[in-house]
Structures are given as structure tokens and as C-alpha cells.
Design a protein around this ligand. Structure first.
Ligand SMILES: C[C@@](CO)(OP(=O)(O)O)[C@H](O)COP(=O)(O)OP(=O)(O)OC[C@H]1O[C@@H](n2ccc(N)nc2=O)[C@H](O)[C@@H]1O
Ligand SMILES: Nc1ncnc2c1ncn2[C@@H]1O[C@H](COP(=O)(O)OP(=O)(O)O)[C@@H](O)[C@H]1O
Length: 314
């Protein structure tokens, strides 16, 4: 038997898990001078995960695995690489790291998989390099990387304002069960916001207080009420760019979903089930009708990015 105490130490790894999200409500105001839109949103983190593993390397590099890994850039455009570089710049660290992304969240699907990678990479590098940044500073870097990144650090349920990066935790009781209809060809977030501008030229303000009833339903753990109140101002724009989504939405509705909505900028369709079993039934209905390239089921809310293991690799 090998004596592990004598084995050479070849590397250390830090493993971080971050969830995807669904916007239970997304209200959008008129485009600002900086190109962003003010939003009022209610995020829920769901149990579809990105697992990011940090190991030693000379430079900062990334690789990806998972069903849609070929759609993920592995250069400096990758949000995990951008996160590592931003943390290195903030802390003056000159070390390298390799980040491997096990992608469970659909790519360009409106469920923020890239943002989850960025949040996970921030935590992974912070632990790997031992920089020990306070949570607020990680949140600041996260907001610079993208509007959705802070929420994937935080997880659970939160109200987002500003660009979606100013967060307040929201109370939520119980567990919500989702079926997701996934498309292979994603939608670009800027393109969907652009289509929103085209469809709503007269929009002059953000309806920021429209989610009182939805937040009440969450506090009460009332899934039927929540289902009826799911809302997405970007849905028409996503449907305009991907008209087949109408069928996906209607198949999920016909399967008895409590509510059906396009997730964020789409094209993933999120359908709320009455139970875990019912979410499986809705997913099966979408598969049988051929209205999604693949389906997922998940529940929420779940925690944000967190270190799940840090170990010496022999
Ligand atoms: C629509 C939402 C809903 O949660 O999520 P996704 O569906 O992309 O996951 C978000 O607003 C997306 O957030 P995120 O994907 O992080 O956006 P960023 O990388 O910061 O911005 C990409 C581009 O989207 C547009 N954008 C983003 C956020 C916002 N509040 N207004 C915008 O107009 C801008 O054109 C921006 O240049
Ligand atoms: N780590 C990453 N994972 C996925 N996509 C990434 C990543 N880094 C950059 N991208 C780019 O961001 C785009 C959208 O990312 P993603 O977060 O998956 O979707 P969405 O913004 O719709 O939630 C992708 O099409 C890809 O070009």
C-alpha cells in the first residue's frame, strides 16, 4: 500500500459550486445613456449547477465540459477568466490558476450560467490564492463583471434593482419545483434588450413596485399564487427573436403548469410545477411534443456560490 505521507504533493484543488437562476419577475425600464436598462427583478437561484475547479497553473486558463461546452469561449472572453483576472488585479496577485468549468446550466439560455461561472471563479480563486477578500469586495468585483454576477454569489431569493446588481434578500417559504425547456441555439442578451427597445419605443419609466403580490406569495409559500404572477418584460422580445417559443410555452401550460415564463433573456422556458413529480410530467410533455432540444428539472431556492471541497490532489 502507498504511504500517502511520502507521496509527492503535485497540486491542490478548490471546488466551488454555483447555481443558475430564474427571474420570477423581470420589469425593464427605458435604456440608459450607458446602454444598460434599469430593472426591477425577483431572482430565484435553482438547483442547476456550474462546478468550477481551480488547480495550479503558470497562467490564468480555462476549460469546459458538459453538453454545450463547445459553445463556451476559452479565451479572455470567458467570464471565469475575467473574474480571475479582476481578482488578481484587485489584490496584486501574480499567480496563475487553471479553472475547469463543469457546465450544468444551459449556455446563452437566460439562466446566467456564465455569471455563475464568474461568481464561482471569484470564490475559487480567492480560496486558491488565499486572498481572503471580504464579501462586500467580492460583490463589488462581481458587479463589474456583469449585472447578474452578484446574485449568483448571493443565491436564494433576492430583489434586484439598478442593472440587477443591487440586491436585497427576499423571504421565501418552501420549495418550488421547475421544469425547464432548453434550446440549443441561445439568444444574445444585448440582442433581446435591443428587441425590447424596438417593441417598446414609448416606454419612459420603470414600473418598480409591481411585485408586491409576488413577494407576498413567496413569503406565504403559495406556489399557485406565485405561478399566476410570474412576469417577464423581455418575453415578447425573446419570442419575436425565437417564435417557436410560443409552442414551448403553450405545451407547458397545457401540462398544467402553475405558471410559465421565459427565463431572463431566454430562450429557456421555465414552468412551475405543483410538485417535483409534476415538474417531471411537464418536462416529459415538452420532450414528447418536441418543443425543446432538452429538458431539465430543478428546485429552488438554493444557496449561491460556495466552496464545496478544497483538497490536496495526489
Ligand atoms: C436578462 C438578465 C436578467 O437577469 O439575465 P440573462 O437572461 O442574460 O441571464 C440580465 O439583465 C442580464 O444580465 P447579464 O447577462 O449579467 O448582463 P451584462 O453581461 O452585465 O450585460 C450584457 C448586455 O446586456 C444588456 N443589459 C444587461 C443588463 C441590464 N440591466 N440592461 C441591459 O441593457 C446591455 O446591452 C449589456 O451590455
Ligand atoms: N463561462 C462562460 N460560460 C458560458 N458562456 C460564457 C462564459 N463566458 C462567456 N460566455 C459568453 O456569454 C454568453 C452568454 O452566457 P450565459 O451566461 O450562458 O447566458 P445568459 O446570459 O443568457 O444567461 C455565451 O454565449 C458566451 O459567448
Amino acid at each position: 500500500m502507498t504511504d500517502l505521507r511520502l507521496a509527492p504533493r503535485t497540486g491542490r484543488e478548490v471546488r466551488v459550486r454555483a447555481p443558475g437562476k430564474v427571474n420570477l419577475s423581470l420589469r425593464v425600464g427605458p435604456r440608459r445613456a450607458d446602454g444598460y436598462h434599469p430593472v426591477a427583478t425577483v431572482f430565484q437561484a435553482v438547483s442547476v449547477y456550474e462546478d468550477v475547479v481551480a488547480t495550479a497553473a503558470d497562467d490564468i486558463s480555462v476549460s469546459a465540459s458538459g453538453p454545450q461546452a463547445d459553445l463556451v469561449p476559452t479565451d479572455d472572453q470567458n467570464l471565469a477568466v475575467r473574474a480571475a483576472r479582476a481578482l488578481a488585479a484587485r489584490t496584486g496577485i501574480a499567480d496563475g490558476v487553471h479553472l475547469h468549468l463543469h457546465k450544468g446550466v444551459p449556455v446563452a439560455g437566460g439562466m446566467a450560467g456564465g455569471s455563475a461561472d464568474a461568481a464561482a471563479a471569484l470564490l475559487a480563486c480567492d480560496a486558491f490564492w488565499g486572498t481572503g477578500l471580504p464579501r462586500e469586495e467580492l460583490h463589488e468585483i462581481a458587479a463589474e463583471l456583469g449585472a447578474d454576477v452578484p446574485f449568483l454569489l448571493m443565491g436564494q431569493t433576492a430583489v434586484g434593482s439598478g442593472r440587477g446588481d443591487l440586491l436585497t434578500a427576499a423571504m421565501s417559504r418552501g420549495e418550488y419545483h421547475w421544469a425547464f425547456g432548453v434550446r440549443e441555439s441561445g439568444l444574445s442578451t444585448p440582442a433581446v434588450y435591443g428587441e425590447f427597445d424596438r417593441l417598446h419605443p414609448g416606454r419612459d419609466r420603470l414600473e418598480a413596485d409591481g411585485d408586491v403580490a409576488l413577494l407576498h406569495a413567496l413569503r406565504a409559500g403559495d406556489a399557485p399564487a406565485l405561478g399566476a404572477l410570474l412576469h417577464n418584460d423581455l418575453q415578447d422580445a425573446a419570442v419575436e427573436l425565437a417564435p417557436d417559443l410560443v409552442e414551448t410555452l403553450s405545451v407547458a401550460e397545457d401540462a398544467g403548469a402553475l405558471g410559465v415564463v421565459v427565463s431572463g433573456s431566454g430562450p429557456t422556458v421555465a414552468a412551475l410545477g405543483r410538485s417535483r413529480q409534476h415538474a417531471l410530467v411537464i418536462a416529459a410533455a415538452m420532450t414528447a411534443a418536441g418543443v425543446a432540444d432538452s429538458v431539465l428539472t430543478a428546485s429552488g431556492p438554493v444557496p449561491g456560490a460556495r466552496v464545496v471541497a478544497g483538497s490536496d490532489v495526489l
